[in-house]
Design a protein around this ligand. Sequence first.
Ligand SMILES: C[S@@+](CC[C@H](N)C(=O)[O-])C[C@H]1O[C@@H](n2cnc3c(N)ncnc32)[C@H](O)[C@@H]1O
Length: 360
Amino acid sequence: MLPNKKALKIIEKYIKIYDGKNEDEIKRSLIKDLLKNDVLVKTKDGTFTLKAESEDELMHSNVGALTESIYKFVEPSNIASIKQPKILDLCSGLGYNATTALHYNKNAHIDMVEVCEEVLFLTLFLDIPYKEHEIIKDKVREYFLNKKGIEYASNFDNVHVYVMDAREFICKKKTDYHAIFHDAFSPKRDPTLYTYDFLEMLFFNTKKGGVLISYSSSIPFRSALVDCGFEISEKESVGRKRGITLAYKCPNFDVDRVNRTDERVIALSTTALPYRDESLSLSSLEIENFRRELRKQLKDDLIRIDKFISTKRIKKGKVPDYIINIQEEALSSSKVIKKMRSEFFGDEKFFIKFSSNGCL
Ligand SMILES: C[S@@+](CC[C@H](N)C(=O)[O-])C[C@H]1O[C@@H](n2cnc3c(N)ncnc32)[C@H](O)[C@@H]1O
């Protein structure tokens, strides 16, 4: 899913006339145009965001675009305490997460990946109230001017801008990131970047001790993270009831557990069947449809072998005692989930295997 089509069309007009010298002029007119068309929205902390393709969703929560990037991504990633953190800023959009990351650690190396040129362009005309926004603007300026054949070299070499599908990027890039900001639209709207196959590529590119962070707490997403080998955890979120997801690779400390209801649902419910995209090229609709069909099949198969428990019952804790007791053990959430699956289905990789084979 992309940002709002009307907004992108408006921005496109200005990209065509941009020459690096007319930024003030463009700023006055572009912002006015977007506000007049009701596609640019001021959030509660005074920073701006765009409407998404489906108009009832914004690119950021109304709590504040900058607030979100501080509390949902940068602070929980702990990058301030790392000497030279390498960060993958997926779906970098208007550049809030990258700007905030530099504000918290000026030595950060950041790869920004965004599929939509227009959103990136808009950051040149926004005022994110951190001086590090100038670094991001300069890199974006370099991208657009060079593309037009206008020579411009930014002085900052610790930030790189990649305008491409994150799936294509991750197939080409081999780095070990300390932190991955996974800031895609919600999986219900677009599961493309929430598949087991994409997340596994992110796992391979995460440093030992590193963390992937997402505002999403979706069950198939968390389930896929467990299957990839991440230790999942959660943290309270600003502006949302459900917590954000933190997924660590080989942490050398005890990670906080996710809530007990989610542990059970991820371990036992058909909701935990992950999204799949083995070729890393399927459309959002294809991914959605494939999972829906497979989930129906899974439910039928589980009923047949007398292993189906409805999500409602699982949420209420109505599962066999020998399974629920595993939650009392001093284990991480990922280990609890794997053990519950192993004892109930006979295989800790039950869901991922079913999604590969299409049968029990
Ligand atoms: C929720 S917004 C992210 C906001 C952003 N992090 C910021 O600081 O402004 C989601 C972004 O993901 C981008 N996007 C959607 N699909 C993508 C893909 N397959 N690869 C890379 N970016 C994608 C959209 O264009 C949009 O800008």
